[in-house]
Design a protein around this ligand. Structure first.
Ligand code: HPA
Length: 267
C-alpha cells in the first residue's frame, strides 16, 4: 500500500521532490490555500482516508515556499476518528518515501501551563504519549527505521533554537513546552489536566505524537508547533468548545503562517 501511494503521488507530481513536510492542524490549514501548486484529495490516494473533522480540508498540497519544495497535509487523520493508529501515521511514511527530511507538525492544543494565553504559539520541546498506543507496534520495516528507536530527541534541538531565533526576529512571542497527547475526542477533565501538569505537560492535545514518533523513527527531523487555543479544562473557569478552538486558531493564523514561512526559509 505504501508503494502504491508513493507511485500514485509521483505520477501526479512528476519531478517535484519535497524536502519539508508540514502537517497543518485544526484551523491552521490556510498556508495550503495560499501556496498550492498541486493538490491531491486524500480520497484519491491509496491508503489515505478523508478527515471527518470541521476545520480540516482533506488534501495533500505541493508547493514551493521561500525556494523550498514543500508537501503539506491540509487535514490529518486522528486516532479518535476511529482510524487504526497505523493509518494515522501512514502519510508520514509516504512523506519519507517522497524525500522529506524535515517535518513541521502543528496542532491546536489546550494550555496547561497557566502562563499560556489563547492564540499563543508553543514550540514543542518534548512530548508525553498518553494515548495508550504506539504507532510503531507491529512488524518493523527495517528499511525505514529501527525496531527500538531512540526518542531522546524527538524534536530537533537545532530546530527548536532556529524557531526561537525566527520568533525573536519577527517579534512573535513564542512559548516552549511539553505536549501531552490524549486520545480524545472528549476534552480532558480538570483532574486529568491537573495530572498532566504534575507529570510535566505544558499543553494537551489529541494528535501530533503518533506522527512525531513515526517521523523520528524514520530519521526525519521534527519541529513541533502548538497553537494554544484555550486554557485546558480547570485551568480557567471557561468551558471548552470546538468552535472556540477554531476561533483561537484563526486569531493566531497570521503569525503562525509568518513563523512557518520564515522557519522554512531558514531550514
Ligand atoms: N484539549 C485537547 N485538545 C485540544 C484542546 C484541549 O483543551 N484544545 C484544542 N485541542
Amino acid at each position: 500500500m505504501l508503494n502504491d501511494a508513493v507511485e500514485f503521488i509521483k505520477s501526479k507530481t512528476e519531478n517535484f521532490i519535497p524536502e519539508i513536510g508540514i502537517i497543518l492542524g485544526s484551523g491552521l490549514g490556510e498556508l495550503a490555500d495560499e501556496y498550492c501548486d498541486i493538490a491531491i484529495p486524500y480520497s484519491e490516494i491509496p491508503g489515505f482516508e478523508a478527515s471527518t473533522i470541521s476545520g480540516h480540508k482533506s488534501r495533500l498540497v505541493f508547493a514551493q515556499i521561500n525556494g523550498k519544495n514543500i508537501v503539506m497535509m491540509q487535514g490529518r487523520f486522528h486516532f479518535y476518528e476511529g482510524h487504526p493508529i497505523q493509518k494515522v501515521v501512514f502519510p508520514v511514511k509516504v512523506m519519507k518515501k517522497l524525500g522529506v527530511k524535515t517535518l513541521i507538525v502543528t496542532n491546536a492544543a489546550g494550555g496547561v501551563n497557566p502562563e499560556f494565553k489563547p492564540a499563543d504559539i508553543m514550540i514543542i520541546t518534548d512530548h508525553i504519549n498518553h494515548m495508550g498506543v504506539n504507532p510503531l507496534i507491529g512488524k518493523n520495516d527495517d528499511s525505514m527505521g529501527e525496531r527500538f528507536p531512540d526518542m531522546s530527541e524527538v524534536y530537533s534541538q537545532k530546530y527548536i533554537k532556529l524557531a526561537e531565533k525566527v520568533g525573536e526576529n519577527l517579534g512573535i512571542k513564542l512559548q516552549k513546552g511539553v505536549y501531552m497527547a490524549f486520545t480524545g475526542p472528549s476534552y480532558e477533565t480538570p483532574a486529568e489536566v491537573k495530572m498532566a501538569r504534575i507529570l510535566g505537560a505544558d499543553a494537551v492535545g489529541m494528535s501530533t505524537v503518533p506522527e512525531a514518533i513515526t517521523a523520528r523513527w524514520a530519521g526525519i527531523d521534527v519541529i513541533g508547533l502548538s497553537c494554544i487555543c484555550n486554557s485546558a479544562a480547570g485551568v480557567s473557569t471557561v468551558g471548552l468548545s470546538h468552535a472556540d478552538v477554531i476561533k483561537a486558531a484563526s486569531d493566531a493564523k497570521d503569525k503562525f503562517k509568518k513563523l512557518v514561512k520564515e522557519i522554512i526559509k531558514e531550514i
